[in-house]
Design a protein around this ligand. Structure first.
Ligand SMILES: [Zn+2]
Length: 364
């Protein structure tokens, strides 16, 4: 009897890891097949530095299981890795289907693929007999180079209107082109967290650069940045990713600003209000803050999208690339509308529901 129990326990110990391995292996297999198809279509060797891989693997849940092993399969086959700035996990809801995408910055071509649902239920033997590309129900090879798409608007119209990248066109074309233009790792990371690149997330990155110069952290152990995100826009996601300022940790408070109040601030200060950033010292219980303005009008004029007459999918992408030139000179469009010192009682007023932070600061 004792021997039987010992045998059963030993058997269970063996079987549980084995079944887990078989399931992990399916995702690993899928990621490595995506890499194989991408390498074939975009003609690259493992580790090529002209290739960017994007995927929602690790965020997507497939049949109740996480999908991170697809990343290992993809990296092992293609040599593309996050640590080399050429593989990013793009944030998506866990209930959205899995996809893989590769971009060749020299040819401008992109390969996009979505798994065939049948692949998820295949046995190891069935998968072994299956050619790499047959794991995918959709495989697209299209240009994702913005200049090419602008020069051939019909091609761009097809890509965007026919959803050639499964509805991810704006996100993938933006991320690809800004990566090819030399975007840094932290910037790519913020955009990937935001789900896409857009002028809004770039404005957040520029505010971070502006604050680094004008309100730098001087005490790493005691200070944090608190964002009073009023009005909120895509910039808030850059603060979460790069400053670790998050609502859950009481370092981000987001609230809408009424159109009337926004117009009143714009009339008074001559630029669009862009929120309030506080450098808070939690040991001293006091901080220093700035209310900022961001001049999107000048950028739109200068990058040529103010009176856009081209295809409707293009102006934000053109602005995304154009704004890359402003990243190192944030003071050209960002201004400090008000500087202030703050204590705990006033910080509480700024972040409490029902208070308009600009009224608390005496700006309205
Ligand atoms: Zn956005």
């Amino acid at each position: 009897m004792k021997r039987t129990i010992i045998f059963l326990i030993a058997f269970c110990c063996l079987v549980i890891p084995l079944s887990a391995t078989a399931e992990d292996d399916l995702m690993y297999d899928l990621g490595s097949r995506a890499a194989e198809v991408g390498m074939d279509l975009l003609k690259f060797e493992p580790g090529a530095d002209n290739i960017l891989a994007l995927t929602n693997a690790g965020h997507a849940i497939v049949k109740g299981k996480t999908t991170e092993r697809a990343l290992s399969g993809l990296t092992d086959m293609s040599g593309l890795r996050n640590g080399d700035n050429n593989l990013y996990q793009v944030n998506r809801p866990d209930w959205k289907g899995l996809w893989f995408y590769f971009y060749n910055k020299d040819s401008g071509l992109a390969a996009y693929m979505e798994p065939d649902a049948a692949f998820y239920t295949m046995s190891t033997e069935e998968r072994t007999a299956l050619p790499a590309d047959k794991a995918f129900g959709q495989v697209t090879l299209m240009s994702a180079n913005l200049d090419t798409l602008l020069a051939n608007p019909n091609e761009g119209n097809t890509t965007f209107n026919k959803k050639k990248f499964g509805g991810n066109e704006f996100s993938l074309v933006g991320l690809s082109n800004v990566w090819a233009a030399g975007a840094t790792y932290d910037f790519m990371n913020a955009a990937a967290f935001h789900d896409h690149l857009c002028p809004g997330v770039t404005s957040g990155y520029m505010i971070i650069k502006y604050i680094q110069k004008n309100l730098p952290i001087t005490n790493q152990s005691a200070e944090t940045y608190i964002d009073i995100g009023c009005p909120n826009w895509c910039k808030e996601d850059a603060f979460q990713m790069i400053w670790d300022s998050t609502p859950g940790k009481n370092s981000m408070f987001v609230m809408a600003l009424s159109p009337d109040d926004e117009a009143a601030l714009k009339a008074k200060y001559g630029t669009r209000p862009a929120g309030i950033i506080i450098r808070w010292n939690d040991a001293a219980k006091k901080g220093k803050g700035v209310a900022l303005g961001f001049d999107f009008d000048t950028i739109s004029e200068e990058v040529g999208v103010a009176n856009w007459t081209g295809p409707s999918w293009a102006p934000k992408l053109v602005q995304d690339i154009g704004m890359m030139d402003y990243i190192d000179k944030p003071e050209s469009v960002i201004t400090t509308l008000k500087e202030f010192d703050i204590d705990e009682a006033n910080l509480t007023k700024l972040k409490t529901a029902g208070n308009n932070p600009y009224k608390v600061l005496g700006m309205l």
